[in-house]
Design a protein around this ligand. Structure first.
Ligand code: HEM
Length: 576
């Protein structure tokens, strides 16, 4: 490689020739690049500085169909925000062009089922995560599975898979008992609180309770570690872990979006350096949380290795992972740093996701009291069946799986990871299920894209595809799964992981913990709905679906208070 001295010693004319060749190559590439300019864009052009990115990062998830407002009402009303129209347009077109920052045409916003299937399932490794997303993941979790790409990712997945099991394995059982014991702690504390209240009811921030409950379940099921977050609200580590996602990903100003986008164009090592060095209380707090999580991860790995050496290996995810790693050959093994990183990644990926799915389900059940009653009846009937069968209380994994009334519908309606980010690893062609009409008036069934084109995949919009889930996809309707489960998704390209939904993604980088998530979700709901009645409060009428990587509930105009899901809880009558 030429050293700076040898470069400096080149004659000036040669330097000019090199600069000219590089510039010509750049201009040639620019004109030859595959453009997506002809894809219809959003009605709202966004602003020159930030393009449409504020629509994604500041507005509510799926602004057009959230909560009480209905699609028809929005379409009929005048003076709509342009962004709302642009998202409505997605229902018709399946892919729109989004303006990037400084007027660039740098990304597509996609929900077309065939396009989603192609990017996630068919060509998974050819569509890596964009550089800036990887830099953020690196900041949160280091060299974890969620950061890895290509062969590296295969190696991570291979070692981690035994910890997460396949349907027949017993890997689910420790997780199940961890979830059950953590939700029992919530019920027992609530019963104590309610017994002291004159009205036998209380208003709780459900977000905080369920989030701490899910952290306990995760600690116990994944690492055999007791956070005790439900009983001890002020624990610094669990508090830091609970606030992490909101702190890092809460909506930012246009100035910050512009800055982040500028940073995303810098080389990866510069982005990582900035993440370490950028000043400010927010960055300091993120780094402090990361340090706490890393210390805990070190401690956990050492205790797992010790237990295995002493022949006391347990069945939690981490023990199985460490064991699988030790039995791998040198090349297939994860390094110690990578194992620490997996723990941090699991904290991020497995905590707020499940907790918030439970939270959103409870909110929907408050909005639809008749469904809450119906679910309670289903749970009570199952409880009677279990008592008659075993003579004892408590559901098994199979009991929970047999109560299907709500599972898939909440995960469809409120997917907690509403968008996924990818970029084309090479020039490619995205196939479409629904043809679109370009700005030239041409009907196309595929979109050619250049290497590096960024794509935002809308899980929330895909999950409302009428051709897959039925005409009433903008309504919360658990019955769709009971009445037409045979029909759902038939004849339409859809994602194959769980109930044709995009909620857990699909393909090589799909959610590795989805079975645990579904089980924990069922476990929490069954216990909470059996024991308590939930109803709306004035704050819960103003809930926003806040896009913070995970979709968190916040209250309109109260973003500074952080995530809130304020519901009224009372003891449920025993037989209904
Ligand atoms: C309702 C709960 C959950 C939802 C909706 C969810 C959703 C997702 C999604 C959409 C992805 C893909 C992200 C991307 O490609 O950018 C993902 C990946 C992942 N999830 Fe989950 N998740 C949930 C719970 C869990 C749990 C409980 C765990 C672990 C205990 C977990 C561990 C992971 C890991 C490790 C990955 C990275 C997989 C890879 O890159 O190969 N998740 N999850």
């Amino acid at each position: 490689m030429a050293s700076p001295t040898s470069f400096a010693s080149l004659p000036v004319s040669s330097v000019w020739i090199l600069v000219l060749v590089a510039a010509t190559a750049g201009v040639y590439r620019w004109f030859r690049r595959i453009s997506i300019k002809h894809i219809p864009g959003p009605v709202d052009e966004g602003n020159f500085w930030c393009g449409n990115l504020p629509d994604l990062l500041q507005k509510q998830v799926g602004e057009n169909f959230a909560g009480k407002r209905d699609m028809a009402e929005l379409l009929a009303s005048k003076g709509l925000l342009g962004s709302v129209l642009s998202f409505c347009r997605l229902f018709v077109e399946g892919a729109v062009l989004m303006d990037g920052y400084l007027g660039q045409e740098d990304r597509l916003f996609v929900c077309d089922p065939k396009a989603m299937q192609y990017i996630l399932q068919v060509s998974g490794y050819r569509w890596p995560k964009p550089r800036e997303r990887r830099a953020a993941t690196y900041m949160l979790a280091g060299k974890a599975i969620s950061f890895a790409e290509g062969d590296d990712h295969k190696r991570h997945r291979n070692v981690m898979q035994p910890g997460f099991g396949v349907p027949e394995t017993k890997a689910l059982l420790p997780w199940f008992s961890a979830a059950a014991s953590s939700v029992y702690k919530i019920t027992s504390q609530w019963k104590d609180i309610l017994s002291m209240s004159a009205m036998q009811s209380e208003v709780f921030n459900l977000y905080s309770w369920v989030s701490r409950g899910a952290l306990d379940a995760l600690g116990n099921g994944a690492f055999d570690h007791q956070f005790n977050a439900v009983n001890y609200e002020k624990d610094p580590v669990s508090n830091a872990l609970s606030n992490f996602i909101f702190l890092f990903f809460k909506p930012t100003s246009n100035g910050a979006i512009l800055f982040l986008n500028f940073v995303s164009t810098l080389p990866f090592f510069v982005q990582r350096w900035l993440n370490e060095k950028l000043p400010g209380p927010r960055m300091d707090e993120i780094r402090r949380t990361r340090r706490l999580a890393t210390e805990l991860a070190n401690e956990l790995v050492h205790s797992k290795v010790r237990e295995l050496r002493d022949g006391e290996g347990k069945a939690d995810v981490m023990s199985l992972l460490v064991k699988a790693n030790l039995s791998e050959n040198e090349r297939g093994r994860l390094t110690e740093e990578e194992i620490h990183s997996q723990i941090r990644a699991i904290f991020v990926a497995g905590h707020e996701t499940t907790a918030n799915s439970v939270g959103w389900a409870l909110l929907e059940l408050c909005r639809h009291p008749e469904m809450q009653k119906r679910l309670r009846r289903e749970i009570r009937a199952k409880e009677r069946e279990v008592r008659a069968r075993n003579g004892v209380e408590g559901f098994s994994v199979m009991d929970l799986e047999s109560m299907e009334y709500l599972n898939a519908e909440t995960l469809r309606f409120h997917p907690v990871t509403p968008v996924l980010y990818r970029e084309a690893g090479e020039d490619d062609c995205i196939p479409l299920y629904k043809p679109i009409i370009t700005t030239h008036g041409e009907t196309i069934t595929e979109i050619p894209v250049a290497k590096g084109t960024k794509v935002t995949l809308s899980v929330a919009t895909y999950n409302r595809t009428k051709e897959i889930f039925g005409e009433d996809t903008d309504s919360f309707n658990p019955d769709r799964w009971l009445n037409q489960s045979q029909k759902i998704g038939q004849g339409v390209p859809s994602l194959n992981l769980y109930a044709n939904l995009a909620t857990f993604s699909a393909g090589v980088k799909s959610c590795i913990g989805w079975r645990f998530a579904v089980l924990e979700f069922q476990c929490f709901l069954a216990e909470l709905i059996s024991n308590f009645e939930f109803s709306l409060t004035k704050e819960s009428e103003r809930i926003r679906r806040e896009p913070c990587l995970v979709m968190l509930p916040t209250v309109e105009d109260e973003l500074d208070k952080g995530p809130q899901l304020i519901l009224k809880v009372s003891v449920s009558e025993k037989e209904q």
